[in-house]
Design a protein around this ligand. Structure first.
Ligand code: ATP
Length: 381
């Protein structure tokens, strides 16, 4: 069985980023995570050296891959921004998107982060807290956008609880495109889909540290053959921590959709989500109220279990668009659980029409959004 010590001993045979300290002993080396025959670690570097240190990343990956008992290895470069007086935001330092990327304007040319080649708009679907139905909304919204004739991708960046394999009944591993070291996404109902759930055991991702999470998300954005897409919907990890912030600041997002249930507590978290995106100047495309009211499958009666209209009021108070209310229904939950989202199962039903309406609003707003916006950088106090 592969051990952490054996991996570290192997990494000690090459010098770390400072060119002298063996990598296994270098403070730049993250925790080495071993899950069965898979090994994951990251190397923290100065972002300015990301291109220069790519060969080191490659070498480290190759060395560990050669070890008996190792099936696959993921090594990523991550960076800690130079510490400010009271702390600093971490930022992923994967090299800038590969050659062949669309040319950027003169200002954006100096940025290390950019859009994804071929993808017109990247839209994050986020929530201030878990369990509010963010993945359900992301998936059905993506499908509704595809039904409007758009080319849509869906990136499940919810590293801690990837939902798309189940929601879309997708299994199997994405294949690596020979010679290009990038992955081919899986396809469901016309959507191109990538999920960390296709790549690693859930338990492995659960114990990743912040920089590894950020790096994995960056990789899934940039090292997947998305092709030409009008919209890439990103199902974000729930919450407003480092990983979410890094994604928000690094991914040239066209905007974010915030999902909330109507309860006060969820709305407080949703407000936090809105504030996070605003801090990094990502436009809020809208707020969605999920589980808005319960529609009884027997009598058709409506009960406002979690209250009703809270998100609409909150959106108004925050001066952001309100995209609509998704009811809490058995049909929606069952469709999701059975891997056939409601927009596919019952495309003319009441739930699907809510998503179609939201998709039309989003497509309308995005139609007037510039193709790419540069990613601002911020420092957290
Ligand atoms: N409108 C709805 N009606 C009925 N069930 C719903 C609705 N929205 C979500 N659910 C159910 O609630 C559960 C949580 O939904 P989902 O996984 O989409 O939430 P999430 O916010 O992405 O969760 P996490 O943050 O844990 O990833 C799922 O079982 C889903 O089927």
């Amino acid at each position: 069985m592969i051990t952490r010590d054996a991996v570290i001993a192997r990494l000690n045979t090459i010098a770390g980023p400072d060119g002298a300290t063996p990598l296994g002993r270098s403070p730049a080396l993250s925790e080495v995570v071993i899950a069965g025959a898979k090994v994951y670690f990251s190397i923290a570097i100065d972002p300015a050296r990301s291109q220069e240190l790519e060969p080191l990343r490659n070498r480290a990956e190759g060395l560990v891959r050669e070890m008996p008992g190792v099936d696959s290895v993921i090594v990523t470069l991550t960076a800690e921004a130079a510490p400010a007086s009271s702390g600093a935001a971490r930022a992923s330092a994967r090299p800038a998107a590969p050659a062949g990327e669309r040319p950027l304007g003169p200002k954006a040319a100096s940025q290390t982060k950019a859009g994804v080649p071929g993808v017109t708009h990247i839209v994050a679907v986020a929530s201030g807290k878990g369990g509010v139905g963010k993945s359900t909304v992301a998936c059905n919204l993506a499908l509704a956008l595809a039904k409007q004739g758009l080319r849509v991708g869906l990136l499940d960046a919810d590293i801690y609880g990837p939902s798309m394999p189940k929601l879309l009944a997708l299994s199997g591993k994405p294949e690596v495109i020979p010679g290009r070291r990038i992955l081919r996404p899986l396809v469901a109902h016309g959507l191109k889909v990538m999920s960390i759930g296709f790549l690693v055991d859930e338990q492995a991702a659960m114990i990743w540290r912040g920089p590894m999470v950020m790096s994995a998300i960056q990789q899934m954005l940039r090292e997947v053959e998305w092709g030409e897409l009008d919209i890439l919907i990103v199902d974000m990890p729930p919450g407003t921590g480092d990983a979410q912030l890094t994604m928000a600041q690094n991914a040239a997002l066209a905007g974010a959709v915030i999902v909330s249930t109507p309860q006060d507590l969820a709305l407080i978290d949703a407000r936090r989500g809105v504030a996070m995106f605003r801090r990094v100047e990502v436009p809020i495309l809208g707020v969605v109220e999920n589980m808005s009211s319960f529609i009884c499958p027997h009598c058709g009666g409506r009960s406002d279990i979690f209250g009703h209209g809270g998100a609409r009021d909150e959106a108004r108070a925050m001066d952001v668009p309100f995209l609509g209310e998704v009811p809490l229904t058995m049909a929606l939950r069952e469709a999701s659980d059975q891997g056939e989202p409601i927009v596919v199962r019952d495309p003319h039903g009441p739930e699907a029409s809510v998503f179609m309406d939201m998709a039309a609003q989003l497509a309308g707003v995005l139609g007037g959004t510039p193709r790419l916006r540069p990613a601002p950088r911020i420092v957290i106090e």
